[in-house]
Design a protein around this ligand. Structure first.
Ligand code: PLP
Length: 389
């Protein structure tokens, strides 16, 4: 099996798993208790908080553990707007956010908030001037993702953050796809809140974190005991938190090396696919993209058939995102970059990881070429080189 869907999830690094194991049944204490077993759990959790903070240039006390990226996004957005509802009712976001942000914004529209969904252009990138034009006296939050989960494009978050700060508006970014893959620094990026998910960076599923800049006040989503300084009550998932921390530490130590390695695989893949297959195209920005993302479209091909045939050849890849690929609607991200519906349906996302090899890429290029050719030979939509026809 060649796993090439790391934007959907990633395997737990063996070192991460090993670090987690004792916290299931040896050091299993409740971190709120006073005896040694509980203190052990607390120490492990505070160590993990430092590891997460270090990866993003934050202070440990600015990190709040959550159940994952979706909860972090909800906590940030609902938490800010509910705290500031007397100050204004306007939110600015982009059309290509993950559903964890988009659906939260749609819910808030029903609750009476106004939301601006900024367009992206053919390259999949938000214009800072559009953000500036969208700001009104009612704007209380700007939320624009760092890197897109489908097409991998990297947004100008530092510039958007600087603008938000100048205007006195809170800025949140969903950095689930970028943390551990490219440099993420909350100071350089001028962010007030930032979402992280463990399972996208070789940690376990069901755990994540929200960075909240010191001094930023939000309303908690969940009420209960005083855990996470009252911001996120509930007995902490210590094994998960330890795993997230370890994954962050490993990501930080290997960031440059992994970026270089994975982007070389990506470039090999892009060059091979575009070079060998006629009427194949890269979706998204050619260079401002994650080191591990390649999103292709092939004229005359149905993405789902492509994914299933690649699966039969032992290659795991996606159309659109894992979340929307079970639906029949075309991806909102591919539509936002101006693709026709039929082309959006003919897209394939390959998201690479550190365990992939150059041989995997060669195999994948050949497999895609073979499958595309076969599908086209059966497709009524396909007409070779129509330019010449
Ligand atoms: C995966 C993902 C999420 C959701 O994270 P979970 O931990 O799976 O809830 C949010 N945003 C982006 C950009 C993602 O890729």
């Amino acid at each position: 099996m060649r796993y090439m869907d790391h934007s959907a999830t990633s395997p737990v690094n063996p070192e991460v798993l090993e670090e987690m194991l004792p916290y299931f049944n040896q050091s299993f204490g409740n971190a709120s208790t006073l005896y040694a077993l509980g203190r052990e759990a607390r120490t492990a959790m505070e160590n993990a908080r430092k590891q997460v903070a270090s990866l993003i240039g934050a202070q440990p006390e600015e990190i709040y553990f959550t159940s994952g990226g979706t909860e972090s996004d909800n906590m940030a957005i609902k938490g800010v707007v509910s705290k500031l509802k007397n100050k204004g009712n306007h939110i600015i976001t982009s059309a290509i956010e993950h559903p964890a942000v988009l659906e939260t914004c749609k819910y808030l529209e029903k609750e009476g908030y106004k939301v601006t969904y900024l367009p992206v252009y053919e390259d999949g990138i938000v214009k800072v001037s559009d953000v500036e034009e969208a700001i009104t006296s009612e704007t209380i939050l700007i939320t624009v993702m760092h890197a897109n989960n489908e097409i991998g494009t990297i947004q100008p978050v530092a510039e958007i953050g600087a603008l938000a700060r100048e205007k006195g508006i809170y800025f949140h970014t969903d950095a689930v796809q970028s943390v551990g893959k490219i440099p993420v620094n909350v100071e350089d990026m001028n962010v007030d809140l930032l979402s992280i998910s463990s399972h996208k960076l070789y940690g376990p599923k069901g755990v994540g974190a929200l960075y909240i800049r010191k001094g930023v006040q939000i309303q908690p989503l969940i009420h209960g005991g005083g855990h996470e300084r009252g911001m996120r009550p509930g007995t902490e998932n210590i094994p998960g938190i330890v795993g997230l921390g370890k994954a962050c530490q490993i990501a930080e130590e290997n960031l440059e090396k992994n970026m270089e390695y994975v982007s070389s695989l990506r470039d090999q893949l892009i060059e091979g696919v575009l070079g060998k297959i006629e009427q194949s195209y890269l979706n998204g920005h050619p260079t401002k993209r994650l080191p591990n993302n390649a999103n292709f479209r092939f004229t005359g091909i149905e993405g789902e058939s492509l994914v299933l045939q690649l699966d039969a050849k032992g290659i795991n890849a996606s159309t659109g995102s894992a979340c929307s690929s079970k639906k029949l609607e075309p991806s909102h991200v591919l539509m936002a970059i101006g693709l026709k519906e039929v082309d959006a349906h003919g897209s394939l996302r390959i998201s690479l990881g550190t365990e992939n090899t150059p041989q995997d890429i060669d195999y994948t290029i050949d497999a895609i070429e073979e499958v595309v050719e076969r599908l086209r030979s059966m497709s009524p939509l396909w007409c070779a080189t129509p330019e010449d026809a």
